[in-house]
Design a binder for this molecule. Structure first.
Ligand code: SF4
Ligand code: SF4
Length: 170
C-alpha cells in the first residue's frame, strides 16, 4: 500500500532484504539494455523487469544486492519511495519549481513509521526525486552498501563467501 510522504514520520533500511524478495523489479529500457547480458532480465507486454529465479532476485546475494551505482535499477534505488507526476495534495513535493508526488510503500518494509514527517524524511524525499529525475546516481541517505557486482563475480569465480549486511545498497 502506498501512502503520501506527508503521512510518514521516518524510514530507515536495516538491509533485511525482504523487499528484494517480495517485488518484481520494473526496469527502464536503458536499464534493461545494460543488464541484458546477465540473462536475468525479461520483457513482458512491452515492459521490462528483472527475471526472478526460484522466486528471488538473482542479484540478491545473502541479504545484499550485488548491483552497485550505475547498474542498480532506479526502482531499487528508490524503494520504498514512489515518485509520480500526478497525485494527491498530501504527496506533493516541490523541487526546483516543479511539483512531484511522492508516496511511500508501507506494505513490506517494517521500518516505515507513520506520523508527522521528520527533517530527515524531507531529505529522503528530496533524494528520491533527484534519483527519479536521474540527477543523482549515487545515494547519500537511502540504504546501505554491499559487496558490489565485481566482488560478487570474484566470489563466484574463486568460491569465496560474501560478507553480507545490506540489501538495497547503492
Ligand atoms: S528497505 Fe527493504 S531491505 Fe531495507 S529494511 Fe526495508 S524491507 Fe528491509
Ligand atoms: S536491490 Fe538488487 S537484489 Fe534487490 S531487487 Fe534490486 S537488483 Fe535485486
Amino acid at each position: 500500500m502506498l501512502v503520501p510522504w506527508r503521512k510518514v514520520h521516518s524510514w530507515h533500511c536495516v538491509a533485511c532484504g525482504r523487499c528484494c524478495r517480495e517485488y518484481r523489479v520494473p526496469l527502464r529500457f536503458y536499464e534493461y539494455l545494460k543488464l541484458r547480458g546477465t540473462g536475468f532480465v525479461e520483457e513482458r507486454a512491452g515492459k521490462f523487469y528483472i527475471r526472478k529465479i526460484g522466486g528471488i532476485c538473482p542479484f540478491q546475494h545473502g541479504n545484499l544486492c550485488v548491483l552497485q551505482g550505475e547498474l542498480k535499477p532506479t526502482a531499487c534505488k528508490l524503494y520504498p519511495f514512489n515518485v509520480r507526476r500526478k497525485g494527491d495534495e498530501l504527496a506533493e513535493f516541490e523541487y526546483e519549481g516543479e511539483v512531484f508526488y511522492v508516496y511511500v510503500d508501507v506494505s513490506t518494509c517494517p521500518n516505515v513509521v507513520l506520523g508527522k514527517p521528520s527533517f530527515m524524511m524531507r531529505k529522503l524525499v528530496e533524494e528520491a526525486v533527484q534519483i527519479y529525475l536521474g540527477e543523482k546516481r549515487s545515494i547519500d541517505y537511502i540504504t546501505a552498501r554491499g559487496v558490489g557486482y565485481e566482488g560478487f563475480v570474484k566470489q563466484k569465480r574463486y568460491g569465496k563467501t560474501a560478507r553480507v549486511g545490506g540489501a538495497r545498497n547503492e
